[in-house]
Design a protein around this ligand. Sequence first.
Ligand SMILES: Cc1ncc(COP(=O)(O)O)c(C=O)c1O
Length: 564
Amino acid sequence: MEIGNTTLALYAVGAAVLATSLVKLKTRLELSRAKHRSLSGHSRLARRIASLVPFYEYDEAQFFCSDGAPEDIVARRRTGFARLSELYRERFAETVRRTAEVADGISDLQFTDAYRVPFQYSDFVRSRLKAGAFVQSSSGVTLTDLDGNRFYDLTGSYGVNVFGYDFYKDCMEGGQHRVRELGPVLGPYHPVIAYNVKRLKEISGLDEVSFHMSGTEAVMQAVRLARYHTRRSHLVRFCGAYHGWWGDVQPGVGNPVPAHETYTLKDMDDDSLRVLRKRRDIACVLVNPLQALHPNANAPADSSLIDSARSARFDRDAYADWLKRLRAVCTERNIVLIFDEVFVGFRLAMGGAQEYFGVRADMVTYGKTLGGGFPIGVVCGRKDVMKRFRDDRPADICFARGTFNSHPYVMAAMHEFLRHLESPQARELYRGLDEIWNARAERLNRCLRDAQLPVQVVNVSSIWTVCYTQPSRYNWMLQYYLRAEGLALSWIGTGRLIFSLNYTDADFEAVADRFVAAATAMQQDGWWWCDAVTTNKSIRRRILREIIAHRFSSTRERRKPASD
Ligand SMILES: Cc1ncc(COP(=O)(O)O)c(C=O)c1O
């Protein structure tokens, strides 16, 4: 009898263990299913593969025919490249000279300079198409370099420049005037802060505000608070989304260590909602609404433009519907929904992505433009998730401070910025914004199609990306032709064009004409040659073969005895 009871008990324990293991396995499988199939959905694998890619580069002969182009095309490319190189040498001489003097001592510059084009071409291009890193002034929608060349600015200063540089100069100067008596005093606040808080609460529709020094810091703080209040460990971000350079939000290539408490899930996908519904360790979901332009893809940079597979398509209704479903699951599961509006806040609409897509978040991070020209990061949130201490546990706090938070000059420039938003001109500017920018994108696309150029643009309002319509290994050359036509791009090249809202129709016409002229020159120089059998897939296969060959040859090199 006793043996019988013991056996039964063992069976029961065994069954319970099996059931628990099966539930765990199912939850694990659901997590795997919610990962995007691309490498950006698998951060560990991506990092491992990245560490295996060997350096190699094309010599002069390979540079011009890495796609197997015939002799006559190669000759055209050579002539075109030489002409461009000469133009750069003459036109940007002083800017390049001054850059060369400091480049050796500025790590950031060395990095951005090395990653403008796919690495196989990088050294060859860098030594012959030098543009320099200095500018001396900004005015209207233009920048002027040290040689006096004026460029239409498509960099948007990483998204900071929403209203035009002259506006920010006014914010900075006007703000400085307002707080001059206080100067750089930190700790106590200047009274300008009261208005900022009031306006930010109104704009975000949330209860409290905290000030930080950068978008990255604002995201760190929002996630830390979500973890503190939910007592859960993990954050969810969506595949490809950028949220600054803090390790937890950058689990893949670029971060030397794994982010153990981050789940990267598929954007706009029910599998991800299933994970959010099931798991009990998720504190918050971070959304960068800019991903609506290219869900699940990394921010497009020309350094990874190895073929023409870059794609983008913006469907406002579909994305709004996704955000609504996400909102519902987060509410149901008590997960903190954070909109990271560091980029799109104040750009898509006065009330940012919340207003634009008609969905409310529990916390919103802002940055970039909100500083009125100065560095800034802001978190707005519901009262219950912003609190940094517990009334019933005085030693259990959520610490966040920062020497320069609420700096008087930053607060004052922000004050000017927020006051401007209340003006009739600002309200007028936001009206019909999408129609204006969609019409401009369509107009440029029509010109490009009419000229039979293999290039199209896709946009979310004033944020654009360039896509390529036929397979090519040389699309990244377009950034150099655009510069030669007087269009300034940021270091990621044609992946992001960011317009400020003070672009007039005439300004835009000038940009469109120059864009078409640049693409026409590039086509005439033969860079978009393509035979009938070339596909994006065949290009990638070719590169993979090169990588494997170099990988093995470099392994052999390393194994050679020292006396060889
Ligand atoms: C959506 C988003 N979040 C966070 C950041 C990081 O902001 P910062 O560069 O000010 O640290 C960025 C920067 O581009 C961003 O676009």
